[in-house]
Design a protein around this ligand. Structure first.
Ligand SMILES: Cc1cc2nc3c(=O)[nH]c(=O)nc-3n(C[C@H](O)[C@H](O)[C@H](O)COP(=O)(O)O)c2cc1C
Length: 396
């Protein structure tokens, strides 16, 4: 793709980032005189319970930021200075009219793969390379932004027995989430949004073709989209989703959990950047990857009063039984990873120019969220299965 200038290149990379239900809950403002790009998580674009407290929107914005940084790196440009304040990220040193560059293929090719994976196909060597790539990519973020002091922990699970146990936990979380009417309607609305584009490529939302369903389930999904909500209880929609989730998780060779301690916006950005670094690394290794975020979403919904503690408590008890390491943590991001064919349909994006805010976004000067970065060697990335990894790169 040809870009008109550097801003066009950077923004094309930015909006290729993932977001919950592909709602792209972000907006941008460019100050060309000061050479600054500002971005903000925009809850109006994702008012769903899954985005309670705008948490998932901020996580997505972290992925946007990661893309911008990797785009700079790939084009040999100096890494820009990044400041964060509340829900706003400001990137300095973006000379928008400078000559265009190229967006790294891995950013453009990254995709959510919701197909069943071929269990048992990912070698230990591939896992090592994946984690190595992840550390390299995430180190770029740590280098520019500084690590957020949230005592985060990353678990990499590769033992089939543990993956099977965790499949039960994620399935239970999905069942709880899809029993919640407002949550499941928000998910179905994201599909309707994409399908409303008819034969034109959808610009926002989830086209049915991206759900990884066979023809039978695709037909069933079309019927579900037209059903009254009470019917979804009658047909056991949540249970069916959970049954599929169980099979999907069991088909994976690796589960990746990023746990954090707090709910600060800077932690959300960091989570998104970390997840995107990991996801791009799976793309580089030609591995399939899918976020399985119901645990994280339920926790956020409970925190913001969208769902009762009694409904989610059994899910936590189950998680802590299978994964005692999770005790006391907030589930930040969860992926399943494996080998699989490339999904046939891709999600679309809104053109970035439509996401530019006319008004200035900010009300005050953003301040740095943490001390200027040197990469803290002790960023704790911990594995239960023999993969113990840590970010140790310095001086990128
Ligand atoms: C914060 C966040 C949460 C997500 N949660 C899920 C999820 O629970 N299940 C899923 O299949 N995809 C999930 N996704 C993936 C998005 O649906 C996907 O990124 C979006 O539809 C764009 O498609 P793409 O990733 O193929 O570009 C999530 C993505 C983000 C950023």
């Amino acid at each position: 793709m040809d870009h008109t200038n550097w801003l066009d290149t950077v923004m094309t990379a930015a909006v290729a980032a993932p977001s919950g239900d592909n709602l792209q809950p972000w907006r941008f403002a460019v100050d060309s005189t000061a050479q600054k790009l500002r971005m903000e998580a925009c809850c109006a674009r994702d008012p769903s319970p899954m985005n309670a407290g705008n948490t998932m929107a901020r996580v997505s914005l972290g992925a946007v930021l990661m893309n911008v940084l990797l785009c700079h790196l790939a084009n040999g440009r100096p890494l820009p200075e990044v400041n964060q304040s509340g829900g706003i990220v400001e990137i300095a040193g973006i000379n928008g009219s400078a000559r265009p560059g190229r967006v790294p293929e891995a950013i453009l090719n990254r995709q959510t793969n919701r197909l069943l994976y071929y269990a048992g196909q990912v070698s230990a060597g591939e896992v090592d390379r994946l984690l190595g790539d992840y550390i390299d990519a995430f180190a770029v973020y740590c280098h520019v932004v500084g690590t957020v002091d949230s005592h985060d922990t990353t678990l990499v699970i590769t033992q089939p027995g543990r993956i099977a146990e965790l499949a039960e936990v994620v399935a239970r979380a999905d069942e709880t989430l899809f029993t919640h009417r407002a949550a499941r309607q928000a998910f179905l609305e994201a599909i309707r949004k994409a399908e409303a584009d008819g034969d034109r490529p959808a610009r926002v939302g989830l086209p049915i073709g991206t759900l990884g369903l066979g023809w039978h389930d695709r037909l069933a999904m079309r019927a579900v989209l037209r059903m009254r909500d009470t019917w979804l209880d009658l047909i056991g929609f949540a249970r069916q989703v959970a049954a599929r989730t169980r099979r999907l998780v069991r088909s994976a060779d690796l589960l990746w959990f990023h746990f954090v301690r707090d709910w600060e916006p800077a932690t959300d950005f960091m989570l998104g950047a970390s997840a995107q670094a990991f996801w791009i690394s799976t793309t580089l290794q030609h591995l399939a990857c899918q976020p399985m975020m119901s645990l994280a979403v339920l926790q956020s919904m409970a925190r913001h009063g969208f769902i009762g503690a009694a409904e989610v408590e059994p899910v936590w008890e189950m998680l802590e039984r299978v994964l005692p390491e999770a005790k006391g943590y907030r589930v930040g991001f969860v992926f399943r990873v494996g080998a699989a064919p490339t999904p046939p349909v891709r999600t679309g994006r809104l053109p970035w120019r439509e996401l530019l805010s006319v008004q200035e976004l900010d009300t005050g000067a953003p301040t740095r969220a943490t001390a200027p970065a040197s990469i803290r060697p002790e960023v704790p990335l911990l594995s239960t299965d023999g993969h113990v990894v840590s970010v140790t790169k310095k001086g990128l």
